[in-house]
Design a protein around this ligand. Sequence first.
Ligand SMILES: Nc1ncnc2c1ncn2[C@@H]1O[C@H](COP(=O)(O)OP(=O)(O)OP(=O)(O)O)[C@@H](O)[C@H]1O
Ligand code: SF4
Ligand SMILES: [Mg+2]
Length: 327
Amino acid sequence: MLAVENLKVHFDVKNNRGVKTKLRAVDGVSLHLKKGEAYGIVGESGSGKSTIGKAVLNLAPKTEGKIEIDGRDITMTNRANEAWLRQNAQIVFQDPHSALNPRMTIMRSVAEPIIVHTKTRGHDLRRRVEELLDIVGLSKQFIYRYPHELSGGQKQRVCIARAIALEPSLLILDEPTSALDVSVQSQILEFLASLQRDLNLTYLFISHNLSVVRYLCQRVGVMYLGNIIEEGTTKTVFEHPQHPYTKALLGAIPYPGATQPQSAPPLIGDIPSPVDLPVGCRFHTRCPVKVANLCDRLAPEHHHQTLGWASCHLLDPDLDKVGGKPE
Ligand SMILES: Nc1ncnc2c1ncn2[C@@H]1O[C@H](COP(=O)(O)OP(=O)(O)OP(=O)(O)O)[C@@H](O)[C@H]1O
Ligand code: SF4
Ligand SMILES: [Mg+2]
């Protein structure tokens, strides 16, 4: 359903001395999502998660790479691709409060994409909006209300109704529950899981909340400084993480009912700037188990396991021959 090949998104920015430089937000990411699959992207703030979602929908400029949705190459930004994209893939953002126009009724907000992309009008349009509200669990009495009359959870349901109005096959969900009250988060998550099953949707689910991804996604990719550093089935990544960064992330966040991975050393320091990326393994400045004279020189390759892969020199069966020594 979604194939992303070697995606790079580099922004032109000025460094703190005012010199023009590149910020490598996404730096060589490949993703392959099957139809009906929920794939989660996790990682710390600034790792490039949202930029991937935006680049897939042409809302961020692609520096390099190729993107296909449902077999259609949508890498090129042109009118035909834009129109196709708006009907076949949609994004739901974190903050439902700013995503809805406060001066528009719920009817107008949800009807907008239908009016722009189809000929449905009048009675049929109203019926379709009512049907969409029903799918997201809102009664028709919401139709002439304004956003300020709705709770956060209800607003996010309206945003989801608008996102599925044109029956897209791919839905990108960028932290869809993190702006909501904790009590509402689980309701929206349950609803998203049932929506995916009922409509056979493919989800690219972006979150820094590991338990949310664990609940909703079948596979997960862990991002660090513009790269995916580990990928696998959710069960494998959560129960048998391979990469020291994934181990640290999981070790740092206890989640209920889960088998905790073996004692993971904590993360040291802050994530480096994507303007000034570390040479070698990008994680070496914070890695508690880095290998001297290797990790700060050579970028690790992907090492495949049965149900996933991770990029770390420690997983290289030929590590001894490479000549590194654990510190
Ligand atoms: N339009 C832009 N111009 C310049 N830099 C940008 C732009 N958009 C994003 N960035 C930078 O790219 C990097 C990745 O940002 P992104 O929003 O994708 O991270 P994220 O993983 O979604 O973080 P968060 O969890 O905080 O949402 C950050 O350093 C950010 O400052
Ligand atoms: S390659 Fe080296 S620095 Fe990177 S995660 Fe593995 S051990 Fe740590
Ligand atoms: Mg983000």
